[in-house]
Design a protein around this ligand. Structure first.
Ligand code: PRP
Ligand code: HPA
Ligand code: MG
Length: 205
């Protein structure tokens, strides 16, 4: 069980961390974002109202999950825009890891949606699904608001660590059981600015 004490603060504070090896280059990520956008465009073209052709229902609402998915969301919505997919953007902020590399198991909503999603087609954007606890929580939270549909698009999937079964309609890359950073993803708030995704090496305490 990879669930920490509440608060998810690493005992003794965060450890010294450095980049170990690059998993996905900036170019590889950009290619994957374009591929995902094309799949999403095709799928939503068949959904009445979500394709901007004047069908019934509302356009697509993309919900980016802060902080980790801020870079992925920015790139994916621009890739969708380049494919003429009409959409609106909203954000939620949730946190459960704090300064640790294991989840606290307690998901805190730090910011909820600005606008109601009732009757909207919602595409949830996450950087990573690890234990699955965050995504399961978010799906339940959003489904309770009665959207027309809900799908999840996640850049990284770490299946070996899953604690709960949760559907993910769009996955960018599967990764091994290693702690990753970069492209919005952090260790103790460090490394989010990196343009690539890398494994991080933590110094012993
Ligand atoms: O599948 P899980 O084990 O729940 O882990 C995935 C979640 O953990 C990270 O968020 P975190 O709580 O670290 O907050 P952050 O997005 O602000 O970095 C990541 O961005 C996902 O939201
Ligand atoms: O591998 C990870 N890195 C950073 N944050 C995370 N949150 C869940 N898994 C990870
Ligand atoms: Mg997150």
């Amino acid at each position: 069980m990879s669930v920490n004490e509440p608060g998810a603060t690493a005992p003794g504070g965060p450890r010294k961390a450095r980049i170990d090896r690059v998993l996905f280059s900036q170019e590889a990520i950009a290619g994957k974002v374009r591929e995902l956008a094309e799949r999403i465009r095709q799928d939503y073209a068949a959904v009445p109202g979500a394709n901007g052709t004047g069908g019934h229902g509302a356009p697509l609402t993309v919900v980016g999950i802060l902080k980790g998915a801020f870079v992925f969301t920015a790139d994916l919505v621009r890739a969708l825009g380049a494919l003429d997919v009409p959409l609106q953007v909203d954000f939620m902020a949730v946190s459960s890891y704090g300064t640790a590399t294991q989840t606290s198991g307690i998901i805190r909503i730090l910011k909820d949606l600005d606008r109601p999603i009732r009757g909207q087609h919602v595409l949830l954007i996450e950087d990573i699904v690890d234990t699955g606890l965050t995504l399961r929580y978010l799906r339940e939270h959003l489904m309770a608001q009665d959207p027309a549909s809900l799908r999840a698009c996640v850049l990284l999937d770490k299946p070996e660590r899953r604690l709960v079964d949760v559907p993910v309609e769009y996955v960018g890359f599967q990764i091994p059981d290693e702690f990753v950073v970069g492209y919005g993803i952090d260790y103790a708030e460090q490394f989010r600015y990196l343009p690539y995704i890398a494994c991080v090496r933590l110094e012993p305490q």
